[in-house]
Unconditional design. Structure first.
Length: 136
């Protein structure tokens, strides 16, 4: 049987097509802390952690961490501290973004997190992450 044109048009090996399955996966998340700092971290071991070090997901499904890059883009709110925004960074190292409100304040941001293949530069997955630190 010859594959349909649609199947061929939707075949993207870098995005996990061709039977290899997904290589990375992230989903929309909200991390918050009151009082104190709130953190979203893509750990180099493939886990996603919050400010307590609790595992809130897994981003690396196959391959080696350094095969991938991440970019956080500030969509709204106060720019977080940590790994910065707007630039592609290797996931061979852990990357984290933190909001840390001082007493009487509330800091929040919404980030678009994208993960791409470091060789092909193809974006493999993306998610919206909300980070809130409430010290009011």
């Amino acid at each position: 049987m010859i594959p349909s044109t649609t199947a061929l048009a939707n075949f993207h090996p870098a995005a996990g097509g061709g039977g290899g399955g997904a290589r990375v996966a992230i989903s929309n998340k909200t991390v918050s802390n009151a009082p104190g700092a709130a953190t979203y971290q893509l750990n180099s071991n493939g886990n996603i952690l919050d400010q307590t070090g609790s595992n809130i997901g897994t981003w690396l499904l196959s391959g080696v961490n350094s095969d991938y890059d991440v970019r956080a883009t500030l969509q709204s709110g106060t720019a977080p501290t940590g790994s910065g925004t707007g630039s592609w960074l290797t996931l061979g190292l852990s990357r984290s973004w933190t909001e840390s409100a001082t007493a009487g304040n509330l800091l929040t941001c919404t980030l678009l997190i994208e993960i791409r293949d470091a060789v092909t530069l193809t974006v493999l997955d993306s998610a919206t992450v909300n980070i809130t630190s409430d010290s009011t």
